[in-house]
Design a binder for this molecule. Structure first.
Ligand code: ADP
Ligand code: ZN
Length: 721
């Protein structure tokens, strides 16, 4: 029968029926273009009987227009898309869109046009905008739209410059092959423990059957070297490998190690790829020629032609959870993908999530351990600095012992790292005259002062404004005071204490491009930096041989707010950053500043007693009915209109279902009650493991008709609430 049902990639539409023209074939998974009213839409041919909808008489069906010349989405991926939509209560089309990430770039010609500066004088007037563009675009190449964004000018300006001979087109071949990775380029000598673990993983790759592993190894144990061997095996077998990393900033370090081991770079995937790179990567992934793909969580849904292994590195990282759109956890979906495809999957971490440890405890995941550091390096010693006794001077944040520690390292020519998980200079700015506080206009959040850029910024929506000279409330000048520290302020303090020291502030503001990250790593490795001051960005992945002191400026910071994972997040962040110290011959020391030395998390860190922390955390979770023992979900109702949001929440509250195995809390204003101009109300649902949580939520929400301005978001297994 040549009737097909399409999953149309427009979330607002349900599945639609079409007809296949005579002689055209489009098996399930094919990507097609179809007419919809006067428009054309992209759709995926879905398996018969798996999408709901009423049959329309065959004569009334319209024919599809075109089958795109790309491989059909494989069956296992279609099942994964269905599972993800179902589990996370998301629209099928929204999940499917992630698989076709390159959007309009599917199929199509093998070349694209990019632009770059010609380097010649050109003709025509030199306007201010043209001058800026010339400065900003030196050495850059991209589409007109990308260059316009880089230069901060309109595409019109750039087109004018092309007309004047300042900019020229370049043809890019997007089907040129990637350099081949050689599995035998430079294999390492593994330690006996590493060799045993990697042999187990190599066997699993050879078997090509579903096998989830928890690779639990202390910081510096060589997890990467160890999982590179199964990666090599997959390459030998002609299978593709996906390595998920939590942060692009970590990629540089990974790339250089990968190149040293395999003699070529892997294929990169992340949200800021240029459109030519994106198309090139997508096509190579879909035709199977991309051997190893290293990417952020969005790489997970791509249509690999013959995947053979998935690795999730730093698997405990919260950035694997997407908090908008489809609210999925890439760590968990990786395991599901491995299951649907029949593959091994490796979750690697020094501080696994409690959920992952639990799966290993009950035998669902196979646990592989690397209990000691590679090459005989020892784990660093940890000492607490009790801030209630060792008080830093007024307007200061570093206590005496930490300052002494920094001084010793400077004298010995060793490196130090100060960790404070707060970007910018100060988290709150107020007027000392009238008490005015600077708040984001679209979020319930204070603006954070960034002195390096002389701006006040919202860390939730990206709003920025210049630091004003006068208080907007009382008109007084020179009256603004910074409250509390951010990394920039710590840098000021260190500069003041040790004017001769060479500092680097490492945050997502300063290391915001791969080039800058690479430059930072080169400088730190080349000993051109004495003291690194950084946010969570520097807590993992980095390996600086001469770094011997890690100072945690405020260990209590993450424990505030008290959400479900505050303890786990604090533990893993501090354990990870501590893991940067003393990774080679020189012993490492960690100094942790805290006001709560007796808090279980802090005490466990001081004693290096991971088991004690996990035991306490397990009990707390069990008592709270939290994962892995029970389940949580959140429903967020939002609207630009406060009253509309409140009413929507009240309506939903009125029809709340009552079950013994589910408890519903709320509605209450969400912790960020205003975000990006939308007012937010929230319900929390706590369910027993056995409850069919998704069915409860779906039925409940479906029973209410919401105003058009209201958005309803469901968050299964939420990270922060
Ligand atoms: P982890 O990810 O477990 O913290 P890494 O994989 O970063 O550890 O390894 C720590 C350091 O030890 C790295 O510099 C790595 O290159 C080195 N290393 C680990 N195993 C080996 C090995 N078998 N041979 C040589 N160097 C190794
Ligand atoms: Zn904001």
């Amino acid at each position: 029968m040549n009737r097909i049902r399409l999953l149309v990639l427009n979330a607002a539409l349900g599945p639609l029926d079409y007809r296949l023209p005579e002689g055209v074939s489009a098996p399930a998974g094919s990507v097609v273009i179809a007419p919809l009213g006067p428009r054309k839409v992209t759709g995926i041919v879905w398996d018969e009987g798996r999408l709901p909808g009423e049959e329309i008489a065959f004569e009334r069906l319209r024919p599809i227009l075109e089958v795109l010349p790309v491989p059909p989405l494989p069956e296992a991926l279609r099942r994964l898309i269905e599972w993800t939509a179902d589990y996370y209560c998301a629209a099928l089309a929204s999940v499917a869109r992630m698989a076709l990430a390159s959007g309009g770039a599917l199929g199509g010609p093998a070349t694209m046009t990019e632009y770059r500066l010609t380097g010649s004088e050109g003709s025509g007037r030199m306007t201010a905008q043209r001058k800026t563009a010339l400065e900003k675009l030196s050495g850059e190449q991209g589409t007109m739209r990308e260059l316009a964004a880089l230069a901060g000018v309109s595409e019109g300006v750039l087109r004018g410059m092309a007309g004047s001979g300042l900019i020229e087109p370049v043809t890019v071949n997007i089907d040129r092959p990637y350099p081949a990775a050689d599995p035998d380029h430079a294999p390492p000598d593994l330690s006996p423990v590493q060799a045993e673990v990697s042999a187990r993983l190599v066997d699993a790759v050879k078997a090509q059957a579903y096998a989830p592993f928890l690779l639990d190894g202390v910081t510096g144990s060589g997890k990467t070297e160890t999982y590179f061997e199964p990666v090599a095996e997959a390459i030998r077998m002609g299978r593709q490998v996906l390595v998920l990393l939590p942060e692009i900033a970590l990629t540089e370090n990974f790339l250089s190690r990968f190149a040293a081991r395999f003699g070529a770079a892997p294929v990169l995937w992340h949200s800021s790829l240029k459109s030519t790179e994106r198309r090139r990567a997508w096509r190579a992934i879909a035709d199977g020629s991309a051997q190893v793909v290293v990417g952020a969580r969005s790489a997970l849904f791509l249509p690999y032609a013959n995947l053979g292994l998935i690795v999730v590195d730093e698997a405990h990282e919260t950035s694997f959870k997407q908090d908008e759109g489809v609210r999925y956890n890439a760590r968990d979906v990786s395991v599901m993908r491995a299951r649907f495809e029949g593959l091994p999957v490796v979750l690697a971490s020094a501080t696994p999530a409690l959920e992952s440890l639990h799966m290993a405890d009950i035998g669902v995941y196979e646990r592989l351990e690397l209990p000691s550091r590679f090459g005989g390096a020892s784990l660093p010693t940890v000492r607490l600095i009790n801030l209630t006794r060792e008080k830093p001077g007024s307007g200061r944040w570093l206590a005496g012992p930490l300052v002494d520690g920094l001084r010793e390292r400077l004298e010995r020519g060793e490196q130090s790292l100060l960790f404070l998980n707060r970007r910018g200079y100060a988290p709150l700015t107020l007027c000392r005259n009238c008490g005015h506080r600077f708040k984001c206009p679209s979020c319930s959040a204070w603006l954070v002062e960034h002195r390096l850029s002389a701006r006040l910024a919202c860390h939730h929506c990206g709003f920025e404004t210049r630091v004003p000279e006068k208080c907007p409330e009382c008109g007084e000048s020179d009256c603004l005071v910074a409250c509390g520290p951010g990394v920039e302020r710590i840098a000021d303090e260190v500069r003041d204490l040790f004017p001769q020291a060479r500092l680097a502030v490492a945050t997502s503001d300063t290391l915001n491009t791969p080039e800058r990250a690479a430059e930072f790593i080169a400088m730190a490795e080349g000993r051109a930096i004495d003291i690194i001051i950084g946010t969570q960005l520097v807590t993992k992945g980095f390996h600086f041989p001469d770094l011997t002191l890690v100072g945690v400026v405020d260990a209590d910071l993450g424990l505030e707010g008290g959400d479900l994972r505050a303890g786990e997040r604090t533990y893993s962040q501090i354990a990870q950053v501590a893991g940067r110290a003393g990774r080679e011959a020189k012993a490492g020391e960690v100094l942790i500043q805290t006001r709560h030395p007796d808090a279980p998390v802090i005490a466990a860190l001081a004693d290096g007693d991971r088991d004690a922390f996990y035991a306490a955390e397990t009990e707390a979770r069990r008592d709270a009915g939290a994962p892995p023992f029970g389940r949580w979900a959140a429903i967020i109702l939002s609207s630009e209109d406060e009253k509309e949001a409140r009413q929507a929440a009240a309506r939903l509250g009125d029809v709340r279902p009552r079950f013994d195995d589910c408890q519903i809390l709320g509605p209450a204003p969400a912790p960020l009650a205003l975000l990006r101009g939308r007012y937010r109300y929230r319900f929390l649902v706590n369910a027993r493991r056995s409850a069919n949580l998704q069915a409860v939520l779906r039925d409940w929400i479906a029973g209410v008709q919401f105003a058009p301005g209201v958005r309803v978001g469901v968050d299964i297994d939420p990270y922060s609430f």
